[in-house]
Design a protein around this ligand. Structure first.
Ligand code: TXA
Ligand code: MG
Length: 333
């Protein structure tokens, strides 16, 4: 069983020793928990893939503290300073040209690297003490829902890692937005997430946010394997509906089927059936994103035979929620 440690100075010292010895630590970030290892160590990064059961052609994100540390792993793009001023530290990952110091295993042999500067104070305390860039994918077994609490990490990876750093529930709740800056013509969103495309456009002008769904291509690094059709999936079959539930539909759910609504539904009688669940009371997409993965986990554990999920309003964070629900249902868009 992994030990869940708070961020006392003695614990941070212990975790730094582990990281410098190429061992892995479950770490909190503002998006989801990550499974961190020394990004400059081939061995540590191999251990990350093995612990997650992740194919080696699905590259890792490198987490750094500031632009100075970023320069050790990636080559600055002109637009990066503006983006960094606006969104870092925060839930945005950018794809840049890599430097030679980054082991091939991190980038799956690509000549680009994904980099992010997280804001979570507990993560930062550990990273400052370690002084090294940290490679960290989400701390879930490959293909399952990302973890937003230390207990989620423990329950799924507890037998494969020694330590988890406690940082409380994640404030954003879904993964970072991934922005590809390597094409000089037009930046492109590879994964919608914690920062909306509109906000990025106000800083750097037009971006391509028509997320493409990439088919898995054995033996070849894919563009952003997070875009694989089936990802973020619960074990219980999930069906993503095109339309929101009407009150009558909620009252006539088939046996064993749970309804996942975006917001608390209003019913004629004022009663909501026990099989009806929702992400937010009052329609706040930020709250809905924060709760999405933990609600999916609860529904997965509740013994339903299927989950029917309705779409969130398709803008801002709602778009990232719908992206995750579509992938949980096992089909891209
Ligand atoms: O919020 C997050 O981004 C979390 C926290 C822990 O930082 N991390 C996370 O990592 O979601 P992961 O490994 O679950 O997803 C990273 C995605 C993968 O889909 C991967 O394929 C893509 O980033 N990626 C990594 N390097 C890439 C590259 N050089 N080019 C294109 N996509 C890349
Ligand atoms: Mg992931």
């Amino acid at each position: 069983m992994a030990r869940i440690l708070d961020d006392s100075p003695a614990n941070i010292e212990c975790l730094v020793r582990a990281l410098l010895a190429d061992r892995l630590v479950g770490v909190p970030t503002e998006t989801v928990y990550g499974l961190a290892g020394n990004a400059l160590s081939q061995l540590a990064c191999e251990r990350i893939y093995r612990a997650k059961g992740r194919p080696f052609h699905d590259p890792l994100i490198v987490h750094v503290l500031d632009l100075e540390m970023l320069d050790r792993v990636a080559i600055h793009d002109d637009r990066l300073n503006e983006i960094a001023d606006a969104f870092w530290p925060g839930p945005l990952t950018v794809i840049l040209r890599r430097r030679a110091a980054v082991p091939d295993v991190v980038t799956s042999g690509l000549d680009t690297v994904a980099v992010r500067i997280p804001a979570h104070p507990v993560f930062r305390r550990l990273a400052v003490a370690a002084g090294i860039p940290l490679a960290a994918p989400s701390a879930n077994p490959f293909g399952y829902i990302s973890p937003t609490t230390s207990i989620h990490v423990e329950s799924q990876l507890g037998d494969r890692i020694e330590f988890i750093l406690e940082g409380g529930p994640c404030a954003v709740g879904i993964e970072s937005t991934i922005l590809d800056l390597t094409n000089p013509a037009i930046p492109r969103i590879l994964r919608p997430g914690g920062i909306t495309a509109d906000r990025i456009e106000t800083i750097i002008g037009p971006i391509d946010s028509s997320v493409v769904c990439v088919e898995e291509n054995p033996g070849e690094a894919v563009l952003a394997p997070g875009l694989l059709d089936r990802h973020y999936s619960p074990t219980t079959p999930l069906h993503f509906r095109e339309r929101v539930f009407g009150p009558a539909e909620l009252e006539t759910l088939p046996t064993g089927v749970a309804a996942l609504c975006f917001r608390r539904p209003v019913s004629a009688t004022g009663e909501v059936g026990a099989k009806t669940h929702w992400l937010t009371e009052d329609g706040d997409p930020v709250e809905a994103a924060r709760r999405l993965f933990s609600v999916l986990r609860e529904l997965d554990a509740a013994g339903y035979k299927a989950i029917e999920a309705e779409p969130a309003p398709d803008d801002g964070m709602g778009r990232a929620i719908n992206d995750r629900l579509r992938r949980a249902a096992g089909r891209g868009q």
